[in-house]
Write a protein that binds this ligand. Structure first.
Ligand SMILES: N[C@@H](CCC(=O)N[C@@H](CS)C(=O)NCC(=O)O)C(=O)O
Length: 243
């Protein structure tokens, strides 16, 4: 049995972390039996989520989890795609993970109002006396990561422009196709779905949220993906599952 470790459903999303949602969506696509459990960063092979335990073998990173599922269980999440389509899928996936993610992270952690509605809730289990110190320390670390990656060095209007360009490119490429690469879902849909719901989540107010929500085809796409892979949710990020 595979166990997927994440932070648990939160903010009306299957998981607070888009990388965990990506891994969970891939597992749901694979139809392999799996369970979800709460993570511990100290047990995560790379100190990040997601990670999985597959029969005693523990591995971290959503891309390596995907490759593990493909090689161990003979799955090709990109079945039916040409070499050119696979290249496009990879490029979009990495744009979402390595650029758009940081815009979302900035909106959630650096905006005070969003921070109080969202990330602050991660610290509920920390004793009240030391909680403010721990919250401030972790927020400082996130600020440092944003600065190190580079997104945190930009002005708010520049971050907004980058986020808007990324969700715009996703919406333009999706067009009126049912799924990102065509009529059936493929591996990249796990990533696009995860990062689009993270951006479109109405709990967090930001230019990114407005830009994402302004694309009707993205909202319908989220509804379609929800209906196919998360029917028990009915609605994710304010987008109703397609009938
Ligand atoms: N490349 C990794 C990225 C995972 C990642 O950044 N996860 C975040 C949560 S969304 C995390 O664990 N952050 C904790 C940290 O950076 O210390 C993947 O694809 O799984």
């Amino acid at each position: 049995m595979i166990t997927l470790f994440g932070s648990g459903p939160n903010f009306g999303l299957p998981d607070a972390s888009p990388f965990v949602t990506k891994a969970e969506t891939l597992l749901r696509m694979s139809k392999l039996p799996f369970e979800k459990a709460l993570m511990s960063f100290s047990k995560a092979p790379k100190g990040k989520i997601p990670y999985i335990d597959d029969g005693g073998e523990r591995l971290g990173d959503s891309t390596f989890i995907r490759w593990h599922l493909e090689s161990k269980y003979g799955i090709d999440f990109d079945q039916g795609l040409s070499t050119e389509q696979r290249a496009i899928a990879w490029a979009f996936e990495k744009m979402a993970e390595d650029n758009l993610y940081w815009v979302s992270l900035h909106a959630r952690w650096m905006d005070d109002a969003n921070f109080r509605k969202g990330p602050v809730t991660f610290f509920k289990a920390v004793p009240a006396l030391i909680r403010p110190l721990v919250v401030a320390m972790v927020r400082r670390q996130v600020r440092k990561s944003l600065h190190g990656q580079g997104m945190g060095r930009h002005r708010p209007n520049e971050i907004a422009a980058l986020g808007s360009r990324s969700v715009g490119a996703i919406a333009d490429y999706l067009g009126d196709k049912p799924f990102f690469m065509g009529t059936e879902p493929t591996g990249v849909d796990a990533t696009i779905f995860a990062f689009v719901i993270s951006a479109i989540c109405p709990l967090f107010k930001s230019p990114l949220q407005e830009a994402a929500a302004s694309h009707d085809n993205l909202r319908r796409y989220v509804g379609r993906m929800t209906a196919r892979f998360y029917p028990e949710f009915g609605e994710i990020a304010g987008c109703k599952a397609a009938a």
